[in-house]
Design a protein around this ligand. Structure first.
Ligand code: AGP
Length: 607
């Protein structure tokens, strides 16, 4: 995720802005920039690449003194990572400078309108509309101009704004992206998280959505979007620098699981309107998606599991057949691809070697490549015809968590688009889309049950084997649950479709080999229940995840974790944090570091 910092004081060296930015580097980013006020103008330096490069290009100015500055690390969402798209961005007069974290969903409409009335744009970013909108409303009152501009924005943002004519002032605001402000001795400071603030103060205000802050050297005032001042109290923070990086969570993995409600908002942003899925990025593929008989998908690891959910969803809701392959297998088989067909590649990193080689193979056969990735400008995106971005923000823990969740949601949206294009849209499709839109609230509810998951994880942590079982939509969830457990806890975990048990795997079960059952109250619940009873009669302990309308499963299991009741198709989404938290708590209780599992890398760029 992008990082923002801002500092107001009587005088400070530009170097302090760079040092503050370095505290946000752990969040992951692809470009960096800084803007500060000097001699009645705004000076901007920015570049693609690391903060270290910015430090070098600024070498001569690092000791310059200023009273007001903002800085930014960018994680690209709209427009490639390059020098021009890096923040801060300026208005036409080059007096207003803005850094932004989030996504402005209506930027295309705003940009078109602003261009009509004479504004000149230089970047591909959504952010650049903000300084121009502020310029439009500015008549000497910066706070008021920012507030009016914010009323025009749809989407999410945390912003910081400076104006050449207002030394000693930063206006900041938040809606859907975090922002913390603090007051130190003779300075005020803001940032996306606590880490840069700790050098200056331990007394901070966490801005809430819809709030606008005015920072001056000696005071912070907070207003509502209605312009009325609000009384806010300071929180005193006792976190260390390291725990501040993780927002107080013990590990990045836990932090990233807890970011999942926000990821749902980000991946949906701008993609649903008037009851329909809008995926402008794939408009050139619509004809093929409408008429094809089959769609091929390649992916590895966790991404492969999200692709399996997609297969179930599309095949159950339309007449399209979906073939999902592990990339490392696909690339060494004879490709049955005809020119003009589509190959979908799912890859969080956009760099996975086997997936990359699969799309190269398909391209040579004349296929069109549609990729779903999280990293703008990654190799797979550069070699694809169309890209759908996850917008999940960087994932630091090696174990994929929030990116898996974002893949699922984006694949459901793609699935619904296919349903619509093929004329299979019906009342159920409306209901599913409606339920997807309401997922963020439901999700918070699931995360609130993490204590139950932890106590069950503690109880089972010393078993050396685990068998995950599921049916239908539950089978990919079983595969992903087993992968998560083995990769971070080193416990042997295997996954089977529950109907396969009697064909061999059940021979393994016994008191030392527990079963983790993915058992929502769906159309296959009675089949699952009888599979669970079969396992139970082999004296295996059973942990089950089900939904809160399916209490009868309690009769046949040892431990149960409930999620909210939803449509059958959407349980893979709601059960995602449960399987992730279970693996996390087992690893943590075994004293293992889940962020850095042995033998694994975040991007698998070699075969
Ligand atoms: C998941 O926790 C793993 N880190 C791994 O399976 C990963 O999903 C796989 O390597 C694929 O990576 P990608 O999505 O970046 O292509």
């Amino acid at each position: 995720m992008c990082g923002i910092v801002g500092l107001v004081a009587d005088e400070f060296q530009v170097l302090e802005l760079i040092e503050a930015l370095e505290k946000l580097e752990y969040r992951g980013y692809d470009s960096a920039g800084v803007a500060f006020l000097k001699d009645g103008s705004v000076k901007v330096y920015k570049n693609k690449g690391k903060v270290g490069m910015l430090r070098e290009s600024l070498a001569a100015s690092l000791s310059e003194l200023t009273s007001t500055g903002i800085a930014h690390t960018r994680w690209a969402t709209h427009g490639e990572p390059n020098d021009v798209n890096a923040h801060p961005h300026l208005d036409c007069s080059s007096k207003i400078s803005v850094v932004h974290n989030g996504i402005i969903e209506n930027f295309r409409q705003l940009k078109a309108r602003l261009k009509e009335i004479g504004h000149n744009f230089v970047s591909d970013t959504d952010t650049e509309v903000i300084p121009h909108l502020i310029e439009e409303y500015y008549n000497g009152e910066l706070l008021e101009a920012v507030r009016k501009a914010l009323l025009r924005l749809e989407g999410s943002y945390a912003i910081a704004v400076v104006h050449a004519d207002h030394p000693g002032v930063i206006v900041a605001a938040r809606k859907g992206s975090p922002l913390v402000v603090g007051k130190g001795d003779c300075c005020t400071v803001l940032a996306s998280d606590l880490t840069p603030l700790l050098r200056y103060t331990r007394d901070v205000i966490f801005l809430e959505d819809g709030e606008v802050a005015l920072l001056k050297r000696n005071e912070v005032k907070v207003f509502g979007i209605d312009g009325l001042e609000r009384t806010k109290s300071y929180n005193t923070i006792n976190w260390s620098y390291e725990s501040a990086q993780k927002s107080g969570y013990k590990y990045f993995m836990l932090k990233e699981i807890n970011e999942e409600p926000q990821c749902i908002v980000s991946v949906l942003a701008g993609r649903v309107s008037s009851g329909k899925v809008i995926l402008e990025e794939i408009s050139q593929l619509e004809g093929v998606l409408k008429d094809s008989q089959t769609l091929k998908v390649v992916a590895c690891g966790t991404s492969y599991h999200s692709a399996l959910v997609f297969k179930h969803f599309v095949e159950n809701n339309s007449d399209l057949t979906v073939d999902v392959d592990v990339s490392s297998e696909f690339r060494y088989r004879k490709p049955h691809i005809k020119p003009g067909e589509i190959l979908v590649a799912v890859s969080q990193s956009g760099e996975t070697a086997d997936t990359l080689e699969s799309i190269r193979l398909a391209s040579r056969c004349g296929a069109k490549i549609l990729s779903l990735t999280n990293v703008v400008g990654s190799t797979i995106t550069r070699e694809s015809d169309c890209v759908l971005y996850l917008n999940a923000g960087p994932e630091i823990s090696v174990a994929a968590t929030k990116s898996y969740l974002s893949q699922l949601i984006l694949l459901y949206l793609l699935g619904l688009k296919i349903v619509e294009l093929r004329g299979n849209w019906n009342e159920k499709s409306n209901e599913l889309l409606d339920k997807i839109l309401r997922l963020p609230e439901v999700f918070e509810n699931v995360l609130k049950r993490s204590e139950v998951v932890e106590s069950i994880a503690r109880k089972y942590k010393n078993y050396r084997h685990f068998m995950y079982i599921g049916r239908g939509y539950g089978y990919p969830t079983a595969l992903e649950g087993a992968l998560k457990l083995k990769e971070i806890s080193y416990i042997h975990a295997t996954a089977y479709p529950a109907g396969e048990l009697k064909h061999g795997p059940i021979a393994m079960l016994g008191p030392e080999f527990p079963v983790f059952a993915i058992a929502p109250g769906d159309s296959l619940v009675m089949k699952m229940k009888s599979n669970i009873i079969e396992c139970k009669s082999r004296n295996a302990k059973i942990v089950a995840i089900t939904n809160d309308a399916n209490h009868e499963i309690e009769e046949v299991v040892d431990d149960v974790i409930f999620v909210n009741t939803t449509a059958e198709e959407l349980y893979p989404i709601l059960m995602t944090p449960v399987i992730q938290l279970f693996a996390y708590f087992v690893a943590d209780n075994l004293g293992l570091d889940p962020d850095k599992p042995r033998n694994l890398a975040k991007s698998v760029t070699v075969e």
